[in-house]
Ligand binder design. Structure first.
Ligand code: HEM
Length: 505
């Protein structure tokens, strides 16, 4: 760092300290803020609590400070909600007041300051984007149009695993093949296209750029510049990398997918809705002037992240739990054989007849929530919550993982026991009908992709268990299920090697 910058930074820090002290004095008089650790000027609670505010650390703070507490992270207010009643208030009763999103310096780059749908503030743009995306992505018609494609993709995974001699000897990192499957499931919907293999050059490029985007966005490395604006100049290098990745990514989406599809549409006009893929609908909306070209690309960006990664992480967690709980795995296999008949491959319409498989999916999403704190919410105006004042533009985290793993609310929540969803919790669904269980959120900003995610999870896990005994690799009795959290994501730290013995030869 050059000396001038250091001098400027120190001076800025001093000025910020003075301003923060005055503001906090004034604020203290005006607001009845939620409890929390005592903040120090400038840094707030940041130095006390650190960067990694994952669902487990935040559950520990809830035990100490209560079901609503406030952390000052530099200049930012972070309010954490940890009871079903308060979750209901944020997501349902005051769903409009708390229906915005916070972004940060990095998410601002990747979403063009909220030109997308997932990270945009609550308002006209969000409503329009959600409406435009519903018909091409989030209806039962879409499930019926694509479910055979998803079944074919799962069958292709089974075939490839069977062909690979390592599968039943040393084991394979199954995730790699499942990642290709998830890209194909979503790129079929978006662009009516798929990638042949893990080595397909376009797939390799996409995977690398999307991976880089996620790593940069979910990292804690940029917190200092986000929490303390005066330090932002020091983030310049990081933000430049983000900008470069964003530009390369959007260019790839445009040149190789959106424009290709446009060209195809102009040479071979589509005469009925049945032949349209999602991007055709989205381009129609652009032609009508409802959205602009950037919005189109940000829709593609959102699906690449919100749909592919979350579902892949959940599949990966499901497999890990099935390997580590062989009795559960046996029961899933037995149910399919009993209900469908030996060797009959499971399809989407079968799901309603397979309650145990559904319970396994629910239990996976309970214990291993892919987005354990939901996507952060935000109140645009000053608001009230749980009898406290919440200053405008606070980041509101709903600790959905704790709601679903609090021993005061669930019977032995640390156990992976799908039976709970057939016994004492048989009325609980994944769609948010119970505020203790919100793997997809609930209310205005809830996940519209649930309608696709549940059948994809069912088909994939079902086919794998039908065709293979899923086991830990030789020399291991269990898979390592250490978690890796990000700004609001949760996935498995080590992508496991899995031994896959065919159930029939
Ligand atoms: C197992 C897979 C998935 C999980 C666990 C999951 C979970 C979530 C969660 C927790 C939220 C935030 C809810 C909130 O903030 O209140 C969300 C939002 C969202 N999800 Fe999903 N999701 C999954 C799959 C998908 C899929 C397949 C798609 C698209 C095809 C999708 C699209 C979205 C979108 C667009 C939003 C933003 C909604 C908004 O802000 O209005 N998700 N998801």
């Amino acid at each position: 760092m050059d000396l001038l910058l250091l001098e400027k930074t120190l001076l800025g820090l001093f000025a910020a300290t003075v301003v923060a002290t005055i503001v906090s004095k004034l604020r203290g008089k005006k607001f009845k803020l939620p409890p929390g650790p005592i903040p120090v000027p400038v840094f707030g609670n940041w130095l006390q609590v650190g960067d990694d505010l994952n669902h487990r650390n935040l559950s520990d703070y809830a035990k100490k400070f209560g079901n609503i507490f406030l952390l000052r992270m530099g200049q930012r207010n972070l309010v954490v909600v940890s009871s079903p009643e308060l979750a209901k208030d944020v997501l349902h009763t005051q769903g409009v007041e708390f229906g915005s999103r916070t972004r940060n310096v990095v998410f601002d780059i990747f979403t063009g300051k909220g030109q997308d749908m997932v990270f945009t503030v609550y308002g006209e743009h969000w409503r329009k984007m959600r409406r435009i995306m519903t018909v091409p992505f989030f209806t039962n018609k879409v499930v019926q149009q694509y479910r055979q494609g998803w079944e074919a993709e799962a069958a292709a995974v089974v075939d490839d695993v069977k062909k690979n001699p390592d599968s039943a000897t040393t084991g394979i990192v199954l995730r790699r093949r499942l990642q290709l499957m998830m890209y194909n499931n979503m790129y079929r919907i978006m662009f009516d296209t798929r990638f042949e293999s893990e080595d397909d050059p376009m797939f390799v490029k996409l995977r690398a750029l999307n991976g880089e985007r996620s790593r940069l966005a979910q990292s804690f490395d940029y917190n200092y510049g986000d929490f303390i604006p005066i330090l932002r100049p020091l983030l310049k290098g990081y933000l430049n990398i983000c900008k470069e990745v964003k530009d390369r990514r959007l260019k790839l989406f445009k040149d190789h997918f959106v424009d290709m599809r446009k060209k195809l549409a102009s040479t071979k006009p589509m005469d009925n809705d049945g032949l349209k893929c999602a991007i055709d609908h989205i381009l129609d909306a652009q032609q009508k002037g409802e959205i602009n070209e950037d919005n189109v690309l940000y829709i593609v960006e959102n699906i690449n992240v919100a749909a592919i990664e979350t579902t892949l992480w959940s599949i990966e967690w499901g497999i890990a739990e099935l390997v580590n709980n062989p009795e559960v795995q046996r029961k899933v296999r037995e149910e399919m054989e009993r209900v469908l008949g030996a060797g009959v491959q499971v399809t989407e319409p079968d799901m309603v007849k397979l309650p145990y498989l559904q319970a396994v999916i629910k239990e996976t999403l309970r214990l291993r929530m892919a987005i354990p704190l939901l996507v952060p919410h935000m109140n645009l105006q000053d608001a009230k919550l749980g009898g406290f004042d919440i200053p405008a533009e606070s980041k509101i985290l709903v600790n959905a993982w704790w709601l679903a793993n609090n021993p005061a609310q669930w019977n032995k929540p640390e156990e992976f026991r799908p039976e709970r969803f057939l016994e004492e919790e048989s009325k609980v669904e994944a769609n948010g009908n119970d505020f203790r269980y919100l793997p997809f959120g609930v209310g205005r900003r809830s996940c519209p992709g649930i309608i696709l995610a549940l059948p994809i999870l069912g088909i994939t896990l079902g086919r794998l268990v039908q065709n293979f005994h899923l086991l830990p690799p030789p020399g291991h009795s269990k898979l390592d299920t250490t978690e890796k959290g990000g700004q609001f994501s949760l996935h498995i730290l080590n992508h496991s090697t899995i031994l896959m013995n065919p159930t029939s030869l």
